[in-house]
Design a protein around this ligand. Structure first.
Ligand code: GLU
Length: 462
């Protein structure tokens, strides 16, 4: 057997384009990227586009830009590709021809119905009927060993034994000669000198077959690592129909790339010492495939939000303002926004939340939400708003003074500040939660604040 092309570590990420970038794929890509950076090795991006519906150029672009967003940059010296699987078809065909020639594969003309008629069991695999018929056309099947077991040494799963007798003679090429996934994937990995295959758990069942192919093609198999499935809070595998799985959607909602990377790295792996917020460079230093946990990883959106909030608070005000920009309404006065940004930075978990926190300052009238209104405008809201209007009419217009005055108003109604704030907040912003209230009023200004309180009183009276 020939050994790999060089002693350097070569890993790969081999997505089948689907038009969106799954968070599970992002996690596999990051684990591979960490290996490449840590070892001074190479990360090869291979686009598995052999399915005719899967070779839209914009999908490949989408993959490259999603990778770049999480720091896997095509300009890095560790990055190679993208290589298109479809361009490798001559090599795939040559590999099939070689296996046929050496008797490791054979043509098969059986239909599924014929196989079932013979075995009487639709769940049983192919029965080997054409093995020694010497056919020269039809589907191509790999001749699996009859006895013994194929032992996969997996860095995450440990040693997994697959009895060969239970493995059918699986198909490697269609009757028109076109290669099937299981073969193309192996031939490409061999051609690209891949030394370690780290990928999702769903491919573990392919692995014994692929290992047999590596050997039949004259190569030592790579180091295997199958990373655990990602599940939702109901312990169901994340699915695009049920769960938010597209990396692009998280970006659009205002997750920061660094926070996303940090969180994805925690899905099945943990840095030392109970830490959760860990910069990428430190993760790379510590990452070890052998420390990856084999049990399902829970995609905990609450934890992701908390981590994102921490990353948001760690930004400079300038960086925060810039990051929040895509989530603002184009019509908003940026000078006013600047005064609110500092307040918003302390409150948001995701950047898209800034819109609803800040809109009160830019709308002619605050939004109206019946639920919030009913919740806040309970007795003695009307009287309290009237007293606040009086107290604010000639107040020096700064947050501290506005707070002191509302506190005093609240006391006359036997209300603590928190309770006294609620009707004022809804009258002025339309919402029950928002930015620190008195700073918000300071930005909004006396005239607009008083007008909104008066409007709320009028609505309560009617
Ligand atoms: N193209 C396969 C997929 O997206 C990946 C195969 C592999 O990583 O070996 O599931």
């Amino acid at each position: 057997m020939s050994s790999s092309v060089s002693s350097k570590v070569r890993v790969r990420f081999a997505p089948s384009p689907t038009g969106m970038f799954h968070v599970g794929g992002a996690r596999s890509a990051l684990f591979n990227w960490a290996i490449a950076e840590q070892t001074g090795g190479t990360f090869v991006l291979r686009i598995e586009d052999t399915d005719a519906n899967r070779n839209r150029p914009e999908w490949t672009e989408g993959i490259i830009s999603a990778l770049a967003w999480i720091g896997i940059n095509a300009d890095s010296p560790h990055f190679e590709g993208p290589l298109m699987q479809s361009a490798q078809e001559p090599q795939h065909r040559a590999a099939v021809a070689g296996l046929l020639e050496r008797g490791r594969a054979y043509h098969c003309a059986c239909t599924r119905e014929e196989v079932i008629a013979r075995t009487g069991d639709p769940n049983r695999g192919y029965d080997g009927f054409c093995r020694d018929r010497g056919l020269t056309e039809g589907l191509v099947r790999f001749r699996t060993p009859d006895e013994g077991a194929t032992t996969v040494d997996d860095r995450v799963r440990g040693t997994v034994e697959f009895p060969n007798a239970a493995m059918e003679d699986f198909a490697i090429a269609r009757s028109d000669g076109s290669p099937l996934f299981i073969l193309a994937n192996v031939v490409d990995d061999i051609e690209m000198g891949i030394t370690e295959v780290l990928r999702g758990d769903e491919h573990l069942s392919n692995t014994p077959k692929q290992q047999l192919l590596w050997e039949a093609l004259g190569h030592f198999p790579p180091v295997w690592a199958h990373v655990p499935v990602i599940v939702n809070e109901k312990r169901q595998k994340l699915s695009k129909r049920r769960d938010k799985v597209a990396l692009e959607d998280y970006k659009a909602e205002g997750y920061l790339a660094d926070a996303m990377v940090n969180y994805l790295m925690l899905l099945g792996w943990a840095p030392s010492g109970d830490r959760e917020i860990v910069p990428w460079a430190e993760m790379v230093g510590e990452f070890a495939v052998s420390d990856i946990n084999s049990s399902p990883a829970f995609f905990d959106v609450k934890k992701l939000r908390a981590i994102n909030g921490e990353y948001i608070r760690a930004l400079s005000l300038e960086a925060f303002t810039e990051a929040a920009e895509p989530f603002l309404d184009p019509s908003w006065d940026r000078e006013v926004w600047k005064r609110l940004a500092e307040l918003a930075q302390t409150r948001v978990a995701v950047l898209s939340e800034v819109h609803n926190l800040a809109d009160f300052a830019f709308l002619d009238e605050p939004v109206f939400d019946e639920q919030s209104w009913n919740k806040a405008m309970k007795e003695p809201a009307a009287e309290l708003l009237a007293a606040t209007e009086d107290a604010y009419r000639d107040a020096p217009w700064n947050a501290e003074e506005l707070k002191t005055r509302l506190e005093a108003v609240g006391t006359t109604f036997g209300l603590k500040l928190g309770k006294a704030q609620a009707p004022v907040r809804v009258a002025v912003t339309g919402r029950t939660v928002g930015l620190p209230l008195f700073e918000s009023l300071e930005v909004l200004g006396r005239d607009r604040t008083l007008a909104r309180i008066a409007a709320a009183r009028a609505r309560l009276a009617s």
